[in-house]
Design a protein around this ligand. Structure first.
Ligand SMILES: N[C@H](CCC[C@H](N)C(=O)O)C(=O)O
Length: 262
């Protein structure tokens, strides 16, 4: 039996996603094999992850996020920004929204192709040697380095993600270097098991690590350049409590199409 799915491809600073309007629940969210195939860049559409937009009570919509390996993931910041743009393009929302994701409620505002997405507050930051370890919706390891442009992020990130401490649950590994008034960040992503062009929760974790390292308090805004573009992270810091956390950056539709999954 032949079966066709309509999909949309979006990208946020080069973090790219397959998006499906699943308000009719026709797509089986448990089909890991299919999700992995759709995300495959050679045998499928290609993407760092896949998201389903579904209906839910009390919110404009619900975000279900899957890593490229087909498994349901924790929060994805750039994915959230792309899903907000998708909801706007579908006519579900206008400029403002409150939606539900795996880590709870997210508020967002959209202006043209820029989405400013509210992220969960953070109050616990651990150290692993010189590195910072924190959960901004997804778990992150943040290490300050020099000459980041030249670093072999795949090799260094893969080694940390698979070391004894992180192998089982996995972790996203970010490398960060100061650059002018902002910072440059490169990320090895769990679930993709490769470097991606951007990672939103990683940008947030990196900006919070900067605040700790540089002892920044109050309202802080940090520009974060990633391989695929420019992100802005803002928050309020009191002690080690980070609230009013926002991730801002571009979110754009790339193309749409249908794929035969029979
Ligand atoms: N790219 C995502 C992060 C996804 C996290 C995921 N790879 C995991 O932790 O399993 C972002 O923009 O926040």
């Amino acid at each position: 039996m032949s079966h066709t799915i309509t999909f949309y491809k979006y990208q946020g600073a080069g973090n790219d996603f397959v998006l499906i309007d699943n308000r009719n629940l026709a797509f089986d969210a448990k089909d890991e094999v299919l999700i992995e195939r759709l995300c495959d860049r050679r045998f499928g559409i290609g993407g760092d992850g896949l998201m389903l937009l579904q209906g839910t009570k009390n919110f404009d919509f619900e975000m279900l996020y899957f890593n490229a390996d087909g498994r349901e993931g924790t929060m994805c910041g750039n994915g959230g920004r792309c899903l907000v743009a998708f909801a706007r393009d579908l006519g579900i929302i206008k400029q403002q929204t409150a939606f539900l994701a795996v880590d709870g409620r997210h508020d967002a505002e959209i202006h043209d192709n820029e989405v400013n997405l509210g992220m969960i507050p953070v109050s616990s930051i651990q150290r692993d040697g010189e590195a910072f370890v924190l959960n901004t919706g997804s778990p992150h390891y943040v290490q300050f380095v020099q000459d980041l442009q030249q670093l072999d992020v795949y090799q260094a990130g893969h080694a940390i993600r698979n070391n004894e401490r992180y192998a089982q649950a996995g972790i996203n590994v970010n490398f960060i270097e100061q650059e002018g008034l902002g910072y440059f960040v490169r990320t090895f992503e769990r679930g993709v098991e490769d470097e991606t062009y951007a990672c939103g929760t990683g940008a947030v974790a990196s900006a919070m690590s900067v605040a700790i390292k540089e002892e920044l308090f109050g309202n802080v805004e940090i520009p974060i350049r990633v391989l695929g573009g420019q992100l802005q992270v803002s928050f309020n810091r009191e002690g080690n409590n980070f609230t009013e956390v926002y991730l801002k950056g571009p979110a754009l539709r790339v193309f749409e199409g249908t794929i035969d999954i029979s």
